[in-house]
Design a protein around this ligand. Sequence first.
Ligand SMILES: Nc1ncnc2c1ncn2[C@@H]1O[C@H](COP(=O)(O)OP(=O)(O)O)[C@@H](O)[C@H]1O
Ligand SMILES: [Mg+2]
Length: 626
Amino acid sequence: MTVPKKKGKFRIKISILHKIISYAVSLVFATVGISTYIAVSTEREVLSNKLMHQGKRIAKDIAFSTRKALLSSDWSLVEKMLADFTGSDHSEVIYIWLVNPEGKIHIANDISLCGNSVDKGLLDRQDNTSKRFFPERKEYGMLLVNGTVIENRNWYVLVALSSHSINATTKRLIFHNLVSGTFAVLLGTVVSLLLAKSICKPIIGLKQAAATISDGNLDHRVVAESNDEVGDLANTFNDMALKLKKSRAGLEEKVEELATEKELLAITLGGMSEGLIAVDTKKHIILFNTTAEKLSGWKFAEVHGRLIDDIFRIVNEQTNEPLESPINRALQTGIAEFGTPDDALVSKDARLRAVAICSSPIRKKDGAIVGVVTVVRDVSREREIDHMKEDFTSSVSHELRTPLTSIKAYTETILRDPNMPEETRLQFLAVVDEESDRLATLIEDLLEVSRIQSGKAKFKQEPVDVTAIVEKVVTALQPLAEKNNIRLQKTVAENLPELQADAGKIESVVTNLLNNAIKFTPQAGRVSIHVQKTENEMVIRVSDTGMGIPKESLPKIFDRFYRVNRPGKQIQGTGLGLSIVSKIVTMHNGRIDVESDVDKGTTFTVFLPLKAAAAQQHTTTKVCAK
Ligand SMILES: Nc1ncnc2c1ncn2[C@@H]1O[C@H](COP(=O)(O)OP(=O)(O)O)[C@@H](O)[C@H]1O
Ligand SMILES: [Mg+2]
């Protein structure tokens, strides 16, 4: 979690800087307040006592000095004497009362009060401070009352002094304290600010360092400026950052290793030619590699976590009947399970693909099954080859049996009838000879293919007259064309140069192409052969108006044993002719193109270099479909 820098700073200020300042200022305030209070109250007490003594002394002085005049009832003298005590030397004196034994004010410096009764309590207390007795004289503030008794006459002298001086002193004291207190607060604020800053600075530094480190910069270090706890904290923090850096480096290394491993695994799984699917025990898909995606048409993102049975449907390729997936069986039996030889995977777009499946349980170390891993291999090509081989076996058997049957039939007839007319016998023997040739050709074809395939075929390098070869083959095939009501045309450019090639093989190429053209062209069609030369090449083009080759079969027609599947109108053959043609052309360093349009016709074009070059091992063919 990252704390925004600004907010963090603000929090530091509030929580530490401000706290320190406010605590310090409050402390100064409290100290100033308490000290002011103590000073003021002490001062007041001292002053009050002083004033009290002064009052007592004045009262005693009055009692002493007025005793005689009082005894002689010389009231005017008494009044005069009292006036001396209220003069400028005694500005603090407010009242002087002489109270008679009846408790009434007999003589007073303020004549208006004469005759008033004095509270008995006031007389009894003799020395007291109270303003409650003189509420009307508020302007004097607190009044101090002191009394003394004149001899045994039961006369009282009461003196009231103004507390004004005390109040003034108190106010001054408070003022001085306020001024010095304000200074103290200001000083306290400044000092605490400096103190707080000095404490906070390393803490803010630490906080910023923490933020920098949390941003990923583990090389950042805090400078430990002091030797105190904050310095220790900075050192500990640096240690922590160092350890963090080390552990992060270790962690990064591990992560990198894991990433590399993961990448490697992904590359391995992705590069596998087999589809790989893993499911958990509840049959939810947890892994689906690229090949599995290609085979099924589903993307991993689409199937991740889905039930395998919804995605991976297996049917019998022949009957289309649903088959139980080996995944289910592997989960039940706990051992590796295989599919059937006719397994076909139903892809997302409902197409069938021949597959071989093997499912094995995935076990933990303790042996508990945690899922099933399934390897799916596309075996379309192998199945096709199997079918081609089966087809080839029956074709070869048929091709071999047909001439053999007639050879046997004719030979038997000749043998059974020794008196057979010579002419008939010769005719029969001619058929036997012809069929034997056909048989020999077929066997030769088979041997040729195997020779070429094994690289044992020997190619001659001799001058070849292509015109003569074409002439010869066309003548040989003319009867077959006529039999099928096909017009066979030949256009050969004049003065063609000779080829450096194997004449027999070139003848085989022309024969195969023309033979195919006639074979795959219906009645009343046209087959033509056209030979010309370009600057460097001899071009032999065989065209027909026959049934054509479907687009999807074009890339396969040069494969051994491959024959286009034409239900209902299958034409006999071995699927070897074009394979031989292609090999021969390649050995002569040439190439062969095919263009075809179903039900319109096919054109094979062979290009042979005029100057013979070293034979190549790879086939160079180009196919075109309209
Ligand atoms: N001119 C053609 N027109 C139509 N299909 C052809 C032609 N030539 C060859 N093919 C197709 O290519 C397949 C392979 O030819 P080839 O190898 O000569 O075998 P085969 O003639 O024994 O069937 C043939 O089975 C045929 O379906
Ligand atoms: Mg053929």
